[in-house]
Design a protein around this ligand. Structure first.
Ligand SMILES: Nc1nc2c(ncn2[C@@H]2O[C@H](COP(=O)(O)OP(=O)(O)O)[C@@H](O)[C@H]2O)c(=O)[nH]1
Ligand SMILES: [Mg+2]
Length: 222
């Protein structure tokens, strides 16, 4: 019997996506639109952190949010109810956003006049790390209840992110989460990763993060 041919498609998909993401980055830079991609496990606190962060910077930075979920509108509805400009992308089962989906989302958004566009990616620590969205800043959340072993289990996510926000810090005293171990594990994978420690519930560490983000956005393209 003839041997069955095995064709590797993943590499092609990823390289096509990377080319599209690079093109998107160039056009967004020309428009001085700062695109940030926020990733984490489901329930780590992305939507909550976005609402708290945007409330702090909205007088200085005009923000729009692109929510992505497999099949629901709940996150965009939460943001809109807070007066935040948001659209919802339904990925229809896909576990991540790619540059093509983000391009479609941007076409549906009123991006003129926005200084900062934030993508809340589909919640998981695996697929979103593989697909470049065209963002200039990749941020991940790791919440204390998820445990300190996540850099060991999901190294790619920690490698591709510019920023790690350890969140739900209000749980720290209730858990065996080893903050130093997370810092060391993340830095070993990605020596340039910037780490913030935040509780969206108590507000601890929120200003450090939002002051830094505001500075990144306002100096973008200058
Ligand atoms: N205690 C605590 N709960 C939080 C914090 N941030 C988010 N949560 C809660 O975690 C749950 C999931 O949050 P959500 O923002 O929807 O997570 P997402 O799925 O990553 O968008 C909600 O019940 C939030 O109220 C935090 O810093 N501390
Ligand atoms: Mg959410």
């Amino acid at each position: 019997m003839d041997e069955v041919r095995l064709i590797e498609v993943k590499e092609d998909i990823l390289s096509d996506n990377k080319a599209q993401a690079d093109g998107l980055r160039i056009s967004l830079k020309a428009e001085k639109s700062f695109l940030m991609n926020l990733m984490s496990s489901p329930g780590a606190g992305k939507t909550t952190l976005l609402m708290k962060s945007i409330a702090k910077i909205k007088d200085d930075v005009k923000v729009g949010v692109m929510e992505a979920d497999i099949d629901s509108k709940v996150d965009a509805e939460k943001l809109v109810a807070q007066g935040i400009s948001a659209i919802q992308l339904r990925t229809g089962g896909f576990c991540h956003l790619d540059a093509n989906m983000v391009t479609k989302g941007l076409e549906a958004m009123d991006v003129k006049g926005l200084d900062l566009i934030i993508i809340e990616n589909v919640g998981n620590l695996v697929c979103p790390a593989e697909f470049d969205t065209g963002a200039v800043l990749n941020v991940m959340l790791l919440s204390v209840p998820e445990g300190d072993d996540k850099p060991l289990k999901y190294p790619l996510m920690f490698t591709v992110c510019d920023v790690l926000i350890v969140t739900k810090m209000d749980y720290l005293s209730l858990s065996d989460f080893d903050l130093n171990a997370v810092r060391e594990r993340a830095k070993k994978l990605n020596p340039n990763i910037k780490i913030f420690e935040v509780s969206a519930k108590t507000g601890e560490g929120l200003d450090d993060w939002t002051d830094w983000l505001k500075n990144e956005v306002t100096t973008f393209g200058k």
